[in-house]
Ligand binder design. Structure first.
Ligand code: NAD
Length: 258
């Protein structure tokens, strides 16, 4: 059987936080199934490297520097995409940062930054790209939540608040934009081996390797996640295989929440 299960060939897929970790792995996977990937990140150097790597492999990739907390950047992306591609089919709102502090320890600017990148960024880019998606007849949006959007975690007050916000924002967006044939879902990763996760160890003054091993140890599948584990879930939600899935969250965490 030669069936194209994903139906993502030549689809325009926009990924935020695409220069690293989960966003990077997802960009590689979506490009592999034939999508045109648009890579958004504040890290221009790494973003351009990812763009060049993918294009050298014969894939279609385009990097645009974009800070998702900035309205003007998000609007600029909309304008470029309209001009260069004419539409958007998939939007993966994935950029996020973490500060491992309680409310007492958190400085106000850190609270604002975590909420701005991880929650407001989802709102802002969606605000500008949903009209393009709707005009093209619909699409799929995937927002990156976290296991800590569904339960609390220690010393991560702003992050837990932002990610819980993402989980319910996802449902609100699914309700508002279902009539435009836009599905909106959330992916909730557990601890995954990326620079963000390694940085958590530093913030907590813990040994990186021990932190990663202990983060995996108490899960039924007894290991930490790989960025590709999360990308596989995003591919499913982006694809036609998930054609009747909207307003929900897919937990990919080796059973950690169970
Ligand atoms: P990462 O640090 O490897 O990648 C995040 C990327 O986002 C970086 O390239 C960074 O430059 C970019 N970024 C940061 N601020 C930005 C901004 N304002 N505008 C645009 N890009 C920006 O991290 P990751 O682990 O791949 O995280 C991706 C997402 O997954 C985040 O939302 C994170 O909260 C979530 N998540 C990660 C884990 C984990 O354990 N790694 C677990 C649950 C959820």
């Amino acid at each position: 059987m030669n069936r194209d299960y994903f139906q993502l060939k030549n689809k325009v897929c926009v990924i935020t936080g695409a220069a690293s970790g989960i966003g990077l792995a997802t960009a590689q996977l979506l490009a592999e199934v034939g999508s045109k990937v648009v890579l958004l990140d504040i890290n221009e150097k790494n973003g351009k490297e990812v763009e060049a790597d993918l294009n050298n492999q014969g894939r279609s990739a385009r990097f645009i520097k974009c800070d998702v907390t900035k309205s003007a950047d998000c609007q600029h992306v909309q304008e470029l995409l309209e001009k260069e591609y004419g539409s958007v089919d998939v939007l993966f709102n994935n950029a996020g940062i973490i500060r491992r502090k309680s409310v007492v320890e958190l400085e106000e600017n850190d609270w604002d930054l975590v909420i701005d990148v991880s929650l407001k960024g989802v709102y802002l880019l969606s605000k500008y790209l949903i009209p393009l998606m709707a005009a093209a007849g619909g699409g799929s949006i995937i927002n990156t939540g976290s296991g800590w959007g569904l339960k609390g975690g220690d010393q991560a007050a702003a992050y837990c608040a932002a990610k819980a916000g993402v989980v319910n924002l996802t449902k609100a967006m699914a309700i508002d934009h279902g009539p435009q044939n836009i599905r909106v879902n959330c992916i909730c990763p557990g601890d995954t081996d990326t620079p963000l996760c390694r940085d958590e160890a530093k913030q907590l003054n813990l040994n990186e390797d021990i932190f990663l091993i202990s983060s995996g140890a108490d899960r039924p599948l007894a290991r930490i996640g790989k960025p590709q584990d999360i990308a596989n879930g995003v591919l499913f939600l982006a694809s036609e295989l998930a054609s009747w899935v909207t307003g929900t969250e897919l937990v990919v965490d080796g059973g950690g929440l169970a």
